[in-house]
Design a protein around this ligand. Structure first.
Ligand SMILES: C[S@@+](CC[C@H](N)C(=O)[O-])C[C@H]1O[C@@H](n2cnc3c(N)ncnc32)[C@H](O)[C@@H]1O
Length: 186
């Protein structure tokens, strides 16, 4: 199993992928930020490469599975990104994209926003003891709020040629987008 984790960041998803595929598998993480990857903690054997969702440094059909955890909201061109996923994935391969979705109802959205922009930055500042942390945590929420809607994301996945496009939602905010590249015709 060759797993490609796009937007690998500090390696949370890549670590779990390495655990799941075991010694016979291969995990590669791609991220445009050398600084994030410099802080990554991943098992030996996990490769980290500079690149982005829109420009993956892989040839065609090079991955069996593509994961992306909480990085989609930073991608400027969803169509280009999913076309790249399609290019590097082997026929029959699958993708799984995790993202936080701003809640649909106005009251729940307002409550979560107040928590994420008000409470979390203060608590994080206290725990991390770094003056830039509140700004970072507010930015975290702002990117969630600015993220494309689930229907736009699913449309972009389908338009790139993926089949069986599905979204599973947990607690109203954690979205899991899964899809498959059709097997090659015999
Ligand atoms: C919240 S972190 C991701 C966390 C990571 N997936 C994990 O499991 O720990 C978001 C990451 O997306 C990366 N990113 C930003 N723009 C990107 C792009 N266009 N393509 C891929 N990754 C991108 C950032 O550099 C950052 O490392």
């Amino acid at each position: 199993m060759r797993v490609l984790d796009v937007g690998v960041g500090t390696g949370l998803m890549a670590r779990e992928a390495a655990y799941l595929v075991g010694a016979s598998g291969h995990v590669t993480g791609v991220d445009p930020s050398a600084g994030m990857m410099g802080c990554a903690v991943v098992p030996a054997g996990v490769k980290l490469l500079l690149g982005s969702a829109e420009a993956i440094p892989f040839g065609p059909d090079a991955a069996d599975f593509i994961s992306m955890g909480y990085a989609l909201r930073h991608v400027a061109d969803l169509s280009l990104a999913f076309r790249e996923f399609m290019r590097v994935l082997k026929p029959g391969g699958r993708i799984c994209v995790l993202e936080i979705t701003s809640p649909a109802g106005r009251a729940r959205r307002t409550l979560l926003k107040a928590y994420m922009r008000g409470v979390v930055p203060v608590v994080a500042r206290y725990i991390a003891r770094h003056r830039d942390v509140p700004q970072l945590m507010r930015y975290y929420w702002d990117t969630i709020e600015a993220c494309a809607s689930p229907s736009v994301i699913m449309g972009a996945i389908g338009d790139a040629g993926f089949v069986d496009v599905r979204r599973t939602v947990t607690l109203g905010v954690f979205s899991e987008y899964c899809a498959r590249k059709a097997p090659r015709q015999q």
